[in-house]
Design a protein around this ligand. Structure first.
Ligand SMILES: Cc1cc2nc3c(=O)[nH]c(=O)nc-3n(C[C@H](O)[C@H](O)[C@H](O)COP(=O)(O)OP(=O)(O)OC[C@H]3O[C@@H](n4cnc5c(N)ncnc54)[C@H](O)[C@@H]3O)c2cc1C
Length: 384
């Protein structure tokens, strides 16, 4: 197969939130090439619903966020990495606001903070329930405005290139027209997201096939904790199949998990039998509890009930979930939502320092593909 050759300073493989944030943060003196396997918006980042966790309320504290993260991670987080990453939360939100991300606000103009499982405080910044799309659109526009950033869509990296000393010097890429090209770079960054698509049922987009982890492994780079795949407790389940995500923020706003009762009505509430934090226990606990109930009662799903909230309130706070359910004939203002757990987040990945360094010189890993020690065995909601 003939190979053409191009050179760049920084080759970023992946144009989700991780790849674009890096591209926008590097000096404009560098030539940056940003790849996406499909269209730029076909990534987990654009699909994120709930929001981004950051300590912004006076009654909250960094220490509380750290402790919630360590508890959710089942004692397997790297505490130094947790502290270094979480302390940057408020600055990261301010940076996104500078890029024009329209986060939801309260009547007084302050950011509206919602709550999710495993968090002891309201600390989730969001743009209704379409946070990822709002963030992705703004950062994509910013990248497209800058002349030193070249975005190449429908370009798939298939192999990392290494010199005689095993330093990474770029990647072989299959272009939109199917031709292979060698892209040489002083620095190569894996920002390829997770690997949810290797499971039969997942919330992840089709692009999420673990390419970055596989390429890093083949290049002799350390990978770690690949067994820690997070299952989201509440994927919308229709005819035995996951068809989308029902944000954890619904439970943060009082939605209850129930067994199906008679005539399709919601039956017994069961989470209190599994954990004193009930619906707001961390994800792994809620997912396991649902799985147990499904096995014991031989069910294809359980029900998530938010009918205590008014239609107007739901339309204001959860327009995305409302539209998704309506497309499958479910009115969440009057009907419970059929849900079941499915593969959602890759907690392990390419072993990386919090600054993205990997065990191979010239190769960096950021975002979901990286295993920094932030998540341990289980990611705390909205911590990605
Ligand atoms: C439905 C859903 C809801 C979520 N909600 C939340 C939430 O509310 N809060 C939260 O914190 N997290 C949430 N997450 C997780 C979060 O969205 C992701 O962890 C995060 O967005 C990952 O960002 P990323 O940039 O690392 O990867 P992605 O956004 O997945 O981007 C990966 C990029 O890599 C590209 N790519 C992959 N392989 C190749 C290749 N071989 N060659 C070239 N390009 C390649 C893809 O095309 C894509 O551009 C959610 C995830 C999903 C799926």
């Amino acid at each position: 197969m003939p190979h053409s050759k191009t050179c760049t300073d920084v080759l970023i493989i992946g144009s989700g939130l991780a790849g674009m944030s890096l591209a926008l943060s590097l000096p404009a003196t560098l030539r940056i090439t940003l790849l996406s396997k499909g269209r730029a918006d076909e990534c987990a980042s654009a699909w994120a619903q709930g929001g981004i966790a950051a300590v912004l309320d006076a009654s909250d504290s960094l220490e509380a966020h750290v402790q919630d993260t360590l508890i959710a991670g089942a004692g397997l987080c790297d505490e130094t990495a947790v502290r270094r990453i979480l302390e940057q939360g408020p600055d990261a939100i301010a940076w996104l606001q500078q890029h024009g991300v329209p986060f939801s606000t309260q009547a007084n103009g302050q950011l509206h903070l919602t709550r999710e499982g495993g968090h002891r405080a309201r600390r989730i910044v969001h743009a209704t329930d379409r946070t990822g799309l709002a963030v992705h659109q703004r950062l994509l526009q910013a990248c497209q405005r800058l002349g030193h950033i070249t975005l190449l869509q429908h370009c798939t990296a298939i192999e990392l290139l290494q010199d005689a000393q095993h330093r990474c010097v770029g990647a072989t890429v299959r272009n939109a027209d199917g031709r292979h090209q060698r892209m040489l770079a002083s620095h190569t960054v894996l920002a390829t997201g997770g690997m949810g698509q290797i499971y039969p049922s997942t919330t992840n987009p089709a692009t999420t096939t673990g390419d970055g982890i596989a390429m890093a492994w083949r290049a002799g780079c350390a990978v770690r904790d690949l067994e820690f795949m997070q299952f989201h407790p509440t994927a919308l389940h229709i005819n035995g199949k996951a068809v989308g995500l029902v944000s954890e923020a619904l439970r943060g706003e009082g939605a209850l998990l129930r067994l199906p009762g008679k005539n399709g009505n919601p039956g017994e509430r069961f989470m209190l039998r599994h954990d004193s934090r009930a619906e707001l226990a961390p994800r792994d606990i809620v997912a396991r509890a649902i799985d147990t109930e499904m096995r014991v009662h031989q069910l294809s799903h359980v029900l998530l009930d938010i009918t205590h909230q008014s239609r107007d309130w739901l339309a204001q706070h959860f327009p995305g979930v409302m539209a998704l359910c309506a497309a499958h004939g479910i009115d969440i203002a009057t009907q419970p939502i059929p849900v079941a757990p499915c593969a959602h987040y890759t907690c392990g990945g390419v072993q990386a320092h919090v600054d993205g360094r990997t065990s191979v010189a010239g190769l960096w890993a950021i975002g979901e593909v990286a295993r920094t020690g932030l998540h341990g065995a289980n990611r705390l909601a909205s911590n990605s």
